[in-house]
Design a protein around this ligand. Structure first.
Ligand SMILES: [Zn+2]
Length: 415
């Protein structure tokens, strides 16, 4: 009755020939016009390259220290609201290089925010504990060979398997997280990719091994204007999580994919939608990242977009749940679509008593257009706009004329 699909996209492996030092300094060929304080990018306008101010500016990020603690669970947050949760993954047969503790992953996180700030004037919040970035450690049950080959197929791949291994939704906390697995392998998808990310979604995998895979390629090291290609990869996969698809008309764009024509010269700079025509101030490529409720200082702005995820890790007992940012959300039902749509009411369990919240309407896409959950042709599911400003887990069900028409389901509301 229902079709649930999670798209996943890959980015190509960084060419080993792509390690020439980045020569051209930003702005070298730009005309300075009206430079003031703030962030500027070099943009092509009517065939001329000029400096133009970035729409929003944020303070330049201060490089952060890594925590030298090894932790296998999420520590008490010192950041509120949306944040990246970095996880260092060592395969079952892999060598532990302490990349969570020795600053290697931290250097990618820092460089990523410096890159975002230079390009967009924005930074992304990253999970921190009292001493630095809160990087979780996972010794995976999956082997190096398995991780390097188990790529998404029909929405199930290494991303979902690693997310299920840490299962953050058993103890989700109150802050919304996007989970990035920095995996100590030398490539993915049999040497054809360095990362993969749900599109849209809340998890991504980045290959950070310093070696070469069987095809002689590496996912790390200097690449264009970034000191580590893994920095490019994690930002790229994160933008997939935000709903952005690949760029097809600029091989030097952050969102370049294997299907993108042309190659980016090693002397050229990687940019983030520099014309603001794709996914920054535009949504033609799937989503406008500037409208996402994810940026430092903006994560409590409920006017910005933030979507639920449904069953991000399936439960052992088959019950269903959604992971939803607070604010107003489109809430549907799980597995229930009706050929003849009845009158339905959403109820919430309050102190063990079911209380009606309002009548549902019928929709072929009960969870809204941003979530891939579609009823079979000719059937429709219940849908309601639900507003909740308080983080925490709550229990709901759909009823019709006093009788339940769905099993109870949980919504994990997060900031
Ligand atoms: Zn991609």
């Amino acid at each position: 009755m229902v079709l649930v699909l999670v798209a996943a996209m890959a980015i190509p492996v960084n060419s080993i020939f792509d390690t020439a030092a980045f020569a051209a300094k930003s702005g070298q060929s730009c005309t300075k016009t009206g430079m003031k304080t703030g962030s500027f990018i070099c943009a092509v306008v009517k065939g001329k390259r000029i400096w133009r101010p970035v729409g929003r500016t944020a303070p330049a990020p201060v490089p952060s220290t890594t925590s030298n603690l090894r932790v296998t669970s999420d520590q008490t947050d010192t950041v509120s609201g949306f944040q990246i949760k970095p996880i260092y993954v060592v395969p079952s047969d892999g060598v532990d290089h302490s990349y969570d503790k020795n600053g290697y992953i931290s250097s990618m996180l820092d460089e990523g925010n410096l890159f975002l700030n230079a390009q967009l004037g924005l930074t992304i919040p990253i999970d921190k504990n009292a001493t630095g970035y809160d990087i979780q450690y996972l010794k995976s049950k999956y082997s190096t060979a398995f991780i390097q080959s188990a790529f998404p197929a029909d929405g199930e791949g290494i991303t979902e398997k690693l997310l299920a291994e840490i299962n953050p939704f058993l103890n989700p906390g109150l802050n919304r997280k996007d989970f990035i697995f920095f995996v100590d392998v030398n490539g993915l998808n049999n040497g054809t990719a360095c990362g993969t990310g749900q599109t849209p979604g809340l998890a991504a995998v980045v290959s950070i091994g310093k070696g070469f895979d069987a095809t002689g390629q590496t996912c790390t090291g200097q690449s264009h204007n970034l000191s580590n290609f893994a920095t490019h990869t994690w930002i790229h996969e994160l933008f997939h999580n935000f709903g952005v698809n690949h760029t097809l008309n600029d091989p030097c764009d952050l969102m370049v994919g294997a299907e993108t024509p042309g190659t980016c010269a090693s002397s050229a700079k990687i940019t983030i939608d520099k014309e603001h025509s794709r996914y920054a101030k535009s949504s033609v490529q799937g989503a406008d990242v500037l409208q996402a409720r994810v940026w430092t200082g903006q994560t409590d702005n409920l006017a910005l977009a933030a979507n639920c995820s449904i069953d991000p890790v399936p439960t052992a007992d088959g019950t269903h749940y959604a992971y939803c940012p607070i604010g107003t959300q489109t809430i549907g039902a799980f597995i229930y679509c009706f050929n003849s749509f009845p009158l339905v009411t959403l109820e919430e369990s309050v102190d063990g008593v079911w209380k009606p919240l309002g009548a549902g309407i019928s929709s072929a896409s009960p969870w809204g257009p941003r979530i891939d959950f579609t009823c079979a042709a000719g059937s429709q599911g219940p849908q309601i706009q639900l507003t909740n400003a308080t983080p925490g887990s709550r229990l709901y069900r759909w009823t019709s004329i006093g009788q339940p028409v769905s099993d109870p389901f949980k919504i994990i509301w997060v900031r």
